[in-house]
Design a protein around this ligand. Sequence first.
Ligand code: G16
Length: 562
Amino acid sequence: MYDNQRDLLLKESDRFPPPQGVRLSYGTAGFREDASVLLSTVYRVGILAALRALKTGKRIGLMITASHNKVSDNGVKVADPSGGMLTQDWEPFANALANASSSQDLVQLIIEFAEKENILLNGSKSAQVLVARDTRPSGELLLDAAKHGIGSIIGVVAHDLGILTTPQLHWMVHVRNKGLNGSERDYFHELSSSFRCLFNSNPNNSEWKLKDWDNQLVVDGANGVGGQKLEMLKEMLNGLAIEIRNSGKGEGVLNEGVGADFVQKEKIVPLGFGSQDVGIRCASFDGDADRLVYFTVPSESSNRINLVDGDKILSLFAIFIEEQLTILAARTKATKIDFRPTLGVVQTAYANGASTQYLKALGLEVVFTPTGVKYLHEKAAEYDIGIYFEANGHGTILFSDYCISVLQPLYWELSDVSSGSKSHKAALRLLAVTRLINQAVGDALSGLLLVEAILQHKNWSIQTWSELYQDLPSRQLKVKVVDRTMVETTNAETEVVKPPGLQEAINSKIAKYPKGRCFIRPSGTEDVIRVYAEASTQEAADDLATSVAKLVDQFLGVGSSN
Ligand code: G16
């Protein structure tokens, strides 16, 4: 490392001293903490993103968000050149950087890591990091720290894209690294034009009739960035009938009593919704719009909702994709193009047991990974078409390069031999989905449009969709513990291996409940242990969750559960 690089790093990092007594860890989706302790962490992640940009020679993304967490928290995560999550190989380095106790230690770590990774720190190469933030009040200051971090590596510059949803930033990294423009306008254009294309390919629709589609949809924007961006997207869809509430214009507090995490976990009506919405199709985003769930308000007299979660979104997507593939399979024999893509579905242990059973009954291959998009995405990418969703509403559909490269000529081939036929339209629809659904990460905006297009295509109400299968009653709780890292799990987080004896104790509780299933895992975004329970009745699921939460308390020390 040249002296000027070392001096710059020492000088800049002295401006961002690490917090005392806080141990930080790059968790499920980056670093998350109370915003007041994050300046130094974000500065250091800026350095990491700059090193990653030099290493890969591509644009890297850095997002300031704490997604579904409360408004006083914030966080930072890094997007790799594909637009997906930071490679897991670099997470230990991220942890070491964040926890280095002095500027000298920090510089030493950087020197050693750069040497190991063959990253030249002599300013001979240039690179760019795309940065953005959501609407959290702490975002501006933290983003500034991130820019200082990026600027501490000579040759690397930060390109500030302003306020975006997390999936927009991931999409921009993905698209720009392919040599395309990737502005926000391009993002909205890609979504709206592919949605229109899907809408117009409906067997009952010969022309653009979006305005006539008076099927009402109300969206809860979680008082975050998603509501504002949906307003912009709506403009490009010539008045698609969407009403947006909790849009972040001062109606309430980010993620407080609103948003996808609240709706999915509490299963009660979010603020701003109520008896006026009985029977209407409603959807919720989370704070940075990377999660999407639907719901209905079944009755005026109760605040309970009927939840249509990520598992049901996954099922809807899987049915639609399968249908198009089946239509194509019947026709491709007539063309010279052989198209037999592998199709797989990825879930986590949080997936409702009824959903897994339903998907398997459809003949689909279902696989499980630990919680966290980074794991599901990686698994889904092993298929030509990989559909992944967490029950919390985070997911997307990935199409392999092979798949897209075959679909395009197939579409043109079919244009010649059977233009306007069922198979021609099926190829067109699949191509439209590849453009509509975010290929970098789960995206509430693009997911919403795909759900809407499929419901319209099938002429299904939300009730018909919701009745695809009946969810098993479930309950989620969280337990505060002294040290969440004391819990270690295996088998896609379904079994505890540490502390000893805890899994056996959980098993003996599960055995008491028909159709009982329960697991615990340390959260990667909050300082808690999460408990998930399922059983044949709601009362039984509640009891099982509560009794296992008590076990966690007994094994791991002080704390209260809620
Ligand atoms: C993040 C990840 C999700 C994951 C969630 C779990 O969500 O992106 O894939 O499901 O964390 O959080 P925990 O580990 O606390 O249970 P988000 O929407 O906050 O980015």
